[in-house]
Design a binder for this molecule. Structure first.
Ligand SMILES: Cc1cc2nc3c(=O)[nH]c(=O)nc-3n(C[C@H](O)[C@H](O)[C@H](O)COP(=O)(O)O)c2cc1C
Length: 399
């Protein structure tokens, strides 16, 4: 395959622009879009503008070590791939390609419950560390079955996502009539001249695209039916009792994804959860929810170092990662950037995205005077509302 795409893909935003060029509009919008007015989606990204960095270059950081340890496993950098349903729509065997890229980069891959492949396909490409994301289904037996299949397939951690018990109102998908497998309207087809390589590449798979872990093959679901199917599958009455139940079933590290309130984080610690992921689902669920970066400091304070606090939502620069680490995050997950990378270059595209993050984090750390991740502390940031930030700085004992 021609690797000419690399030339223009010098930043995550440039990878996104390239992905917009290669993906059919309904597919690009499915990835790019958020719920309703997309306020939370935008806030995730603009929240980084409210935090400035205060470097300490005289600390001398000639050599930088970006590695971290999570649940006893070393990651080469504080960035991993977050769960995204239908990654296999970006590229043939997209989940396997992304998982391979993560493993080669020395970081973790989290598979979505809504993957195109089956969860058993990821160990076959030797992706490690590998995490599995699940929901609480009305049929608890199905949650249990997924957890048991994940354990049998050697997954290193289980992620319970809690912010998606009813599908968000994603109006771009409604407007585009997005469906699984995708059907394209005449207007889409006319606008598709530039998307022929994607169509050609996906041609053998397109009609078979489905949710490998639970939708019957050959079934066609539009977004309305998907919302209905989800509401049939997922249980909005989910509660801490279910967390306690899952805690008994899954013996390895258990994380809760979708934490935005410090009290939920405290509860998670009390219930024996091993990690929390501060997240608003990339602005795809509750529009109006607080930006992940904004929610992070209070949650880090509530957890007080007892378990790792991870975060996702809007990370597009190495300096964004550095800001989150200063504010108490142990690791950042990236979702859309990974899908954009997949769309432009498959495994090589995801490897490229991870490499951009690595290089930008390294450069930012050099300029911050930080040789190790632990050198990044809250006092090296200042918030737009600096009085509240100073109070926080006084309270957060970072690591
Ligand atoms: C296309 C797409 C599919 C997603 N599917 C899932 C999913 O199946 N499970 C889940 O927990 N989160 C899912 N997410 C949310 C991401 O894991 C993550 O929380 C969010 O997108 C992070 O923001 P970012 O895209 O700005 O990096 C999805 C996100 C996108 C963009």
């Amino acid at each position: 395959m021609s690797e000419g795409w690399r030339r223009g893909c010098y930043s995550i935003e440039a990878v996104r622009a390239r992905a917009r060029g290669v993906l059919p509009r309904p597919v690009f919008d499915f990835v790019d879009g958020g719920a309703e007015d997309e306020w939370t989606l935008r806030r995730n990204e603009t929240a980084f503008e409210d935090i400035s960095l205060r470097p300490r270059p005289l600390n001398g950081a000639a050599q930088r070590d970006l590695s971290i340890k999570l649940f006893g496993q070393k990651l080469s950098m504080p960035v991993m791939i977050g769960p995204t349903g239908l990654a296999g729509l970006m590229w043939p065997e997209g989940e396997q390609a992304a998982a391979r890229a993560a493993a080669s980069a020395g970081t973790a891959y989290c598979l979505s419950h809504g993957s195109v492949c089956k969860l058993e396909d990821i160990p076959r490409v030797n992706a490690s560390p590998r995490w599995m994301q699940v929901f609480i289904y009305r049929d608890r037996g199905f949650t249990e079955e997924l957890a048991k299949r994940a354990a049998a397939s050697g997954y290193d951690a289980l992620v319970l996502t809690t912010d998606n018990q009813m599908l968000g109102n994603r109006e771009r998908d409604v407007r585009n009539g997005f469906s699984i497998p995708p059907k394209f309207k005449l207007l889409d087809m006319l606008a598709m001249a530039g998307k022929l390589p994607w169509l050609w590449r996906m041609r053998p798979e397109l009609q078979r695209i489905t949710f490998g872990n639970y939708v019957r093959s050959g079934e066609q679901i539009d977004i309305g039916s998907l919302a209905k199917r989800m509401s049939e599958l997922l249980d909005p009455s989910m509660s801490w009792k279910d967390v306690a139940w899952l805690r008994k079933i899954w013996k390895g590290p258990l994380l809760i994804k979708g934490i935005l309130h410090p009290e939920e984080a405290r509860q998670a610690v009390a219930r024996g959860v091993d990690g929390v992921i501060v997240s608003n689902h990339g602005g795809r669920q509750l529009d109006g929810a607080v930006a992940a970066l904004e929610a992070l400091p209070d949650i880090a304070e509530a957890v007080a170092g007892k378990i790792p606090v991870l975060v996702d939502g809007g990370f597009r620069r190495g300096s964004h990662v550095v800001k989150a680490l200063c504010l108490g995050a142990a690791c950042c997950l990236v979702a859309r950037p990974q899908l954009w990378g997949l769309a432009v270059g498959g495994e090589a595209g995801v490897a490229h995205v991870l490499d951009i993050f690595r290089r930008e984090i390294d450069r930012s750390m050099a300029l911050m005077g930080a040789s190790r991740i632990a050198d990044l502390t809250a006092d090296m940031t200042t918030a737009r509302n600096s009085t509240s930030q100073e109070k926080r700085n006084a309270k957060i004992s970072n690591r």
